[in-house]
Design a protein around this ligand. Structure first.
Ligand code: GLU
Length: 484
């Protein structure tokens, strides 16, 4: 049967070497989307055979990151499944069995050389200006495995031409095929060997992985042949680059722990949308995609071949878009940990009203304190803001005081609903002959002392007449002091 007719099974197979970054999570997402779209199975396997690079706690971090994004796996770490265990260090016997079979078939052998001897071969190749190939030093007679020594693959060098579901037709010559190590002297298999075994045993139909593995693919093809297994569909995901497109995304260009974005008030919906469109589009101008839409529309053939650029500003924009799309109830649940300290005592009703007012202005949930703290705390007046304001700086202190006093009178007679407050503000515009930009700016500023605030009438309504009056009065007192 053709692989494409099998039930689709994809996997994410990270090594536990630290936190998850954007690139890795994107690989997970694309693999998951392919499985979801085809009612397939997505597997989480942990590749922990390089004990030197392993970082404690990484597996939990990986699980947590995927769970935050809603990338759920149907088999694998934590939940088990028909191909358990899913932790490679627990599968050593399996690799050993397959390694022995290769030995028996004359396709694997013990590496007899010491490190020093290998180094000498390397140096000699360098001196002769030819690429070093281990197989040039292969001793034909030894098809055995001395387990304290590395076991090498006996390769069959040949040219390859293969199709990569993203990169298209690729080809290489026999010179890239060498006798690579299958099992190291510490008994652990190499990635090159054990991922092939696992993908086969776990029935993986599509292998999606980062571009860094593309140069090793001919080796894998050679090994698939030696093992007589049909290879999965291979799809290479282009690198994620820094915003200037000059280098692979690194820590300095914003590659950080994906969970850090959760702490910074990003929504998983926005992150998924961002990651999905990092090197993929549906062929239209559409920018906002829900998970369901992605599942429906995602396909390997629309992944771009060229590297994607990591644009954190776009992520911020998407986050604002997604915050706006949530229902108020849902947003209220999500922002639980982001309210300013002083909001803890406030009622749910009051906070809901405020949240409804600022929802459109939140770029991240972490903006909540700066946008709302004056609703809970008395803001500290900062007259500098009046003096630096585009409109207010043109007025003298007497004019400002006049406006504040008129506002105090006008607002004291309002009913406290936003509509009648607006009517009074409109009347005030007429009686003072001021432009809205000027009049509303001074009121807005002295009741919030914040750099921006939402619709004035609604803000005043939620704050309530007492707070409004006392803040206007305080501003009048300050203006009086200044004018003396
Ligand atoms: N363990 C490899 C890594 O973390 C995975 C490569 C693959 O997906 O085959 O980079």
């Amino acid at each position: 049967m053709n692989k494409t007719q099998l039930p689709i099974r994809t996997r994410f197979a990270p090594s536990p070497t630290g936190v998850m970054h954007v690139g890795g999570v994107r690989t997970a997402l694309f693999s998951w989307l392919i499985a979801q779209k085809n009612n397939g199975i997505f597997i989480l396997r942990i590749e922990d055979t390089d004990k030197v690079r392993e970082v404690e706690g990484s597996i939990e971090q990986i699980e947590k990151s995927l769970k935050w994004l809603g990338i759920n796996w149907q088999e694998g770490i934590g939940i088990g499944g028909p191909n358990a265990p899913y932790l490679q260090s627990k599968r050593l016997d399996i690799y050993k069995k397959w390694a022995n079979q290769l030995v028996e078939n004359g396709r694997a052998y013990t590496d007899p050389y010491s490190k020093e001897e290998l180094e000498e071969f390397r140096n000699q190749a360098k001196a002769d200006k030819i690429p070093f190939l281990y197989r040039n030093h292969r001793r034909e007679s030894v098809n055995t495995w001395a387990e304290s020594k590395p076991l090498r693959f006996k390769s069959d060098p040949k040219p390859y031409r293969w199709n990569d579901a993203v990169m298209g037709e690729l080809s290489t010559g026999p010179e890239v095929i060498d006798d690579f190590i299958l099992i190291k002297s510490d008994g652990y298999p190499t990635y090159n060997f054990c991922h092939v075994i696992d993908d086969m045993m776990m029935g993986i139909t599509h292998v999606l992985r980062s571009q860094e593995f593309i140069s090793s693919t001919p080796k894998f093809l050679n090994l698939y042949e030696a093992l007589n297994i049909q290879r999965p569909i291979l799809a290479t995901l282009p690198y994620v680059m820094s915003i200037d497109g000059q280098k692979k995304l690194g820590k300095r260009d914003g590659a950080k722990d994906i969970l850090q974005y959760a702490k910074e008030g990003y929504l998983p919906e926005a992150m998924i949308n961002f990651l999905a469109t990092l090197g993929w589009n549906d062929g239209t101008e559409q920018e906002i995609f829900s998970v369901d839409e992605l599942i429906q529309k995602f396909s390997l053939d629309r992944i771009q071949k060229s590297p994607a650029r990591f644009d954190e500003k776009r992520l911020l924009w998407l986050n604002g878009q997604w915050i706006r799309r949530l229902s108020l109830d849902e947003l209220y649940r999500r922002v639980h940990d982001f309210w300013p300290e002083s909001a803890k005592q406030a009622s749910e009703k009051y906070k809901m009203q405020i949240l409804g007012l600022v929802q459109d202005r939140l770029k991240t949930m972490a903006d909540l304190p700066i946008l709302t703290s004056y609703f809970f705390d008395e803001p500290k007046p900062n007259w500098d803001m009046v003096e630096k304001d585009k409109y207010l700086s043109k007025l003298n202190i007497g004019e400002i005081m006049g406006l504040l006093k008129s506002a105090q009178i006008a607002l004291s007679s309002s009913n406290n609903d936003a509509k009648s407050i607006q009517q009074n503000l409109n009347t005030l515009l007429e009686t003072t002959g001021q432009k809205p930009a000027v009049l509303f700016s001074i009121i807005r500023l002295v009741i919030s002392w914040a750099p921006f605030s939402p619709a004035l009438n609604e803000t005043l309504s939620i704050l309530g007449p007492e707070k409004v009056n006392s803040r206007l009065k305080l501003a009048i007192d300050i203006a009086t002091q200044i004018s003396r």
